[in-house]
Write a protein that binds this ligand. Structure first.
Ligand code: 13P
Length: 244
């Protein structure tokens, strides 16, 4: 039985004091449950957030990392720096990283490998643009994003990867894929992995991301192949995130 994951990607939001305040609200109101709860604050607030959540079941995760182990990469953060402060999971391949910071499939393959080699779990994001959906090339596109990132890795590494399908047209726009549309692609993705390794495919947690909120989450999360959500905007508000 796959566990559901509800993960908040805070992106470039919340100062240190706002981070503390939001975590306090989550800790006060979240009841322990079978759901894995993750939050991804900005790098500067990660260490404090890890400490603040140490007595809760909230996992603090990173939004990104660099693929090199260390060195002259001004402004970047390495995997072992994350591990050292108690972070165990990192988001890789978010569409905003691909679009605004030039992260190609080749770079994301290196990042994924570096994260796994350093013992981090990866939440790997991928998804098509609107034009790919309109030309009905969306499955081809997401399959190639996944192939390029993982197929050089031993499939045993896939146990440490959570997938996050985020159709770009749905991110921050208020327009989600319908639950049926999202279920269809999650189903196809699982079948795609099953053609390589049935066991891994059945255990793979595939999250949906893109305008998930307190109103539409129930229908999306009720789909058999949607194993959780990666939530942007609605994760910045304690009441909304708790409802999800
Ligand atoms: P929104 O929930 O704001 O659409 O963002 C989704 C997302 O990008 C999560 O990583």
């Amino acid at each position: 039985m796959r566990k559901k994951i509800v993960a908040g990607n805070w992106k470039m939001n919340k100062t240190a004091s706002e981070t503390t305040e939001l975590i306090d609200a989550l800790k006060n109101q979240l009841n322990p449950s079978d759901v894995e709860v993750m939050i991804a604050p900005t790098f500067v607030n990660l260490q404090a957030a890890v400490k603040q959540t140490s007595d809760s079941h909230i996992e603090v995760i990173a939004q990104n990392m660099h693929q090199a182990q260390s060195g002259a990469y001004t402004g970047e953060i390495a995997a072992d720096m994350l591990k050292d402060i108690g972070v165990q999971t990192v988001i890789i391949g978010h569409s905003e990283r691909r679009a605004y910071f030039g992260e190609t499939d080749a770079i994301l393959a290196e990042k994924t490998k570096a994260a796994l080699d350093n013992g981090l779990r990866v939440v790997f994001c991928f998804g098509e643009e609107l034009a790919d959906r309109q030309s009905e090339k969306h499955f081809e596109l997401v399959a190639s994003q996944l192939k390029n990132a993982f197929f050089a890795l031993p499939s045993s590494d896939w146990n440490n990867i959570v997938l996050a399908y985020e159709p770009v047209r749905a991110i921050g726009t208020g327009e989600t894929a319908s639950p049926e549309q999202a279920q269809q692609i999650h189903y196809e993705l699982r079948a795609f992995f099953a053609s390589i390794d049935e066991n891994i495919a059945q255990g793979l947690q595939i999250l949906y991301g893109g305008s998930m909120n307190a109103t539409n989450a129930e229908a999306l999360l009720a789909q058999p192949d949607i194993d959780g959500g990666l939530i942007g905007g609605a994760s910045l508000n304690a009441d909304d995130f708790i409802k999800i």
